[in-house]
Design a protein around this ligand. Structure first.
Ligand SMILES: Cc1ncc(COP(=O)(O)O)c(C=O)c1O
Length: 450
């Protein structure tokens, strides 16, 4: 049982037990899987993780946004235990079970969009994305899909084709799938336009309009998929109008508007869905990560007629919507429906924003700070004029921080963004502690010639 409120480091990190396991990991596990922190976990609760050497860490990663409800939420743990005692997985294609229906019912009632909805459950984020694409193509009988520059939609082949980061995700894995094109995203910090938003009047949207006038016929476009805030891409928060205009463009042309809420969903932005924050009504939403407190589950939720487009048997999967995941998700969704977590996400946002703004004023190595509620990115640059990315600095900040018991991860197409995704149960005391360690890390790196 973790009894601490704050981190406690008892050994060097990694400690002896983690080092032994690391050796085995190197021998046995594919090099292709990255690990942000060199520790092995013994227990996790709320915003804390204890490693096998007895060190306790404060978690600002939430398993890459998967633990919004906090590690091992008591009610989720109880629901899973109870379910294991009944049945584990008869497979929904063979013999159906009620928890699946309950998840579907809850998702259609909380997802934005004032129209009739249906749900398809899958296992991972990438799988939800794949299915959203299949549904869109089948429904529209069209083939072209547009995704945004800088986006991340997963590692399976279609999801990877939609994704925009070559190394390490795409390099050497081609060829990719045809009929996918990239459209500009509103990454205002790195936009070369003479005028910044709003003076630019969303030139990126004009470029999208030009693209569909010059490169691909709108008659061939099935869907546009977009992250409301790009997560892996570096916590890029576009102007609300960018997403609204993109939605309008989809409506006007009959493209399915798919919003990938796999990272932004379940409270990250202080709203259950970021689409609510941005005032969007997507045709399809993909969700995963935090929906089931870490048990693999993902979903596509959206317009009934699109979800009903496939022939019977055209979508699904053996493990998809497993009962353990469904009972966990039912607890999580009920908690969100009761309004739990959201107020704290907003509270955390205020604490983080204030502290990061002060850091921005103090340290010119910080080129940009952006985010909302419990989703923040700090973009590090070698100097503010050239904006040359500084990924080495981020690496060192992460190392210094975990050695002092605070876990951060990186993001960004140049890997130069420090990403903050705290569990939404993190307390003010914990948030302030973690942010102080972050500032110490920046000072340390600057003093040591980085
Ligand atoms: C926006 C977005 N889409 C899709 C995915 C892929 O999810 P998974 O890793 O569960 O396949 C991720 C994962 O980080 C994501 O952030």
């Amino acid at each position: 049982m973790i009894e601490n409120v704050l981190p406690e480091i008892k050994t060097e990190v990694p400690g002896e037990k983690s080092k032994l396991l690391l050796q085995k990991r190197k021998e046995l596990v594919s090099r292709g899987i990255s690990n942000a922190i060199p520790i092995f976990v013994e227990e996790a609760k709320g915003a804390l993780i204890k490693d096998v050497d007895g060190n306790i860490f404060l978690d600002f990663a939430s398993g890459i946004g998967m633990q919004n409800a906090g590690h091992c939420d008591d009610e989720v743990v109880e629901a899973i235990k109870e379910q294991v005692g009944k049945y584990i997985h008869p497979c929904f294609h063979v013999a159906m079970y009620e928890p699946y229906i309950n998840v579907a019912q809850k998702l259609v009632s909380i997802a934005p969009g004032k129209y009739e909805k249906k749900v398809l459950l899958t296992n991972s984020g990438a799988e939800a994305v794949e299915n959203a694409i299949k549904l869109s193509r089948k429904y529209t009988k069209k083939r072209v899909i547009l995704s945004a520059e800088g986006s991340f939609h997963g590692r399976t082949y279609f999801a990877l084709t939609l994704t925009s980061k070559v190394k390490p995700y795409k390099h050497g894995f081609g060829p990719f799938i045809p009929d996918v094109y990239k459209i500009p995203y509103a990454y205002c910090y790195r936009c070369n336009h003479t005028y910044k938003y709003p003076e630019c009047d969303l030139e990126c949207i004009e470029r999208i309009k030009k693209f569909i006038a010059t490169e691909v016929s709108p008659e061939d476009i099935a869907a546009v998929i977009v992250e409301p805030i790009q997560g892996e891409g570096g916590i890029i928060v576009p102007p609300k109008r960018y997403l609204q205009e993109l939605q309008n463009l989809c409506k006007e042309n009959g493209f399915v508007f798919i919003v990938d809420e796999i990272q932004t969903g379940f409270g990250r932005t202080g709203y259950t869905f970021a689409s609510e924050y941005f005032g969007l009504e997507p045709d399809l939403i993909t969700v995963a990560k935090s929906i089931a407190n870490g048990i693999p589950l993902s979903a596509v939720v959206g317009r009934k007629e699109i979800l009903d487009a496939p022939d019977e048997g055209g979508v699904g999967g053996t493990y998809a919507g497993s009962p353990l995941a469904c009972v966990a998700a039912n607890v999580v969704i009920e908690k969100f429906a009761r309004g739990e977590f959201l107020a704290n996400a907003k509270r955390l946002g205020k604490i983080i924003e204030e502290k990061l703004e002060r850091m921005f004023e103090r340290y010119s190595v910080i080129g940009d700070v952006r985010g909302t509620a419990a989703m923040w990115g700090i973009e590090f640059v070698k100097d503010r004029n050239s904006k040359q990315p500084y990924p080495e600095f981020v690496k060192e900040v992460i190392k210094f921080s975990y050695q002092r018991g605070v876990i951060f991860i990186s993001a960004g197409i140049y890997s130069n963004v420090l990403r903050l995704l705290p569990p939404l149960v993190m307390t003010q005391e914990q948030a302030e502690y973690g942010l102080n360690v972050l500032e110490e890390a920046i000072k340390y790196c600057l003093q040591n010639g980085l």
